[in-house]
Design a protein around this ligand. Structure first.
Ligand SMILES: NC(=O)c1ccc[n+]([C@@H]2O[C@H](COP(=O)([O-])OP(=O)(O)OC[C@H]3O[C@@H](n4cnc5c(N)ncnc54)[C@H](OP(=O)(O)O)[C@@H]3O)[C@@H](O)[C@H]2O)c1
Length: 295
């Protein structure tokens, strides 16, 4: 099976470079500058050259705060990009896996979200990603949207690497304790996507594959709890051990409002595709090991 993966060099696409071969799937990885949503011709050319049997769209504008001030550009990448990919997939009759986010929810449910709950994004990033979900579903009947959350990897821009860098500089840190979610290791998400593609290849497309799925690590934690777990996991490798003070969201002002409670049920992914991600603590151990060259 040949799969076009967009967003080469990003956290998830990098994870897929390792996960796809293990399932016997050939990945064709495309990224900027030769694959640029702002230049639709490059997208068409990359698609035609790859002649894919499925597409995983990992490319996105992921700078959540910057999206507040540049929603038009975020919309081009997060909504118009998936719209074009969906049209190309529909023309060729191949499935599209569109990666989305917990930030499509407002976090006010007070219980884990299920896929049928109404989205209500609080910021520009979530709005543009939700538009991308709709565009992907509207443009190609064979579309599965995977909503993930709090993605981190041994490389790239993410909370784990930020914490380790700050922790090495300062003896004390202040981290938000009243936002909870599912820290999801990119290598675990990549393994889950590879398993899903393998299932798809085996069964062919089925009507039940169309729609929205939650794809996050098991278990939830606050950013503060995650930070403490990061330093505990880094300690055996000689990592920093700063004191991490819990603070409230309003004490750490940022441009974009985030959902306070982004918990999501993942039973649908397990029921339909037979795929589940491991507990977030296992993902953390895996990424920490990889970060220290011990993978
Ligand atoms: N990171 C998270 O915490 C998180 C949480 C929930 C959902 N997600 C979703 O998960 C998916 C993968 O995220 P990730 O963490 O792997 O993101 P990432 O590391 O930021 O990678 C995103 C990739 O998209 C590319 N890209 C950005 N704008 C583009 C454009 N206009 N045209 C073509 N490519 C463009 C980037 O290229 P450059 O590096 O060259 O800019 C990069 O390769 C995304 O759909 C994201 O929305 C992420």
């Amino acid at each position: 099976m040949r799969v076009l993966v967009t967003g080469r060099g990003g956290q998830l696409a990098t994870g897929l470079e390792a996960s796809l071969p293990a399932r016997g799937i050939e990945g064709v990885f495309v990224g900027q500058p030769e694959f640029e949503f702002d230049e639709p011709e490059t997208v068409r050319a990359a698609f035609a050259a790859a002649a894919p049997e499925a597409v995983v769209n990992c490319a996105a504008w992921t700078a959540v705060d910057a999206a507040e001030e540049n929603e038009a550009a975020a919309f081009r990448a997060n909504a118009l990009g998936p719209a074009l990919l969906a049209a190309l997939c529909a023309e060729r009759g191949v499935p599209l896996l569109q990666i989305s986010t917990d930030y499509v929810y407002d976090g006010r449910k007070g219980a884990p979200y299920v896929e049928t709950d109404a989205p209500n994004p609080l910021g520009a990033y979530g709005r543009t990603k939700l538009a991308g979900e709709w565009a992907a579903l509207a443009g190609n009947p064979m579309t599965a949207v995977l909503r993930t959350a709090w993605v981190y990897a041994p490389m790239g821009r993410n909370f784990l690497r930020t914490m380790l860098a700050l922790g090495a500089e300062r003896p004390e840190l202040r981290v938000v304790a009243d936002q909870i979610g599912h820290p999801t290791a990119a290598p675990d998400l990549a393994d889950a996507i590879a398993a899903l593609l393998a299932r798809l290849h085996e069964t062919g497309w089925r009507a039940e594959y169309r729609g929205v799925f939650h794809a996050v690590a098991q278990g939830h934690v606050s950013w503060h709890g995650f930070a403490e777990a990061i330093f505990a996991a880094a300690a055996p490798y000689g990592g920093p051990r700063p004191v991490v003070h819990p603070i409230a969201t309003h004490e750490y002002p940022v441009k974009a409002v985030r959902p306070a409670d982004g918990r999501m049920e993942t039973g649908k992914l397990a029921a339909v595709f037979g795929v589940a991600l491991p507990p977030w603590q296992e993902g953390l151990a895996r990424v920490m090991k990889a970060l220290h060259g011990a993978a």
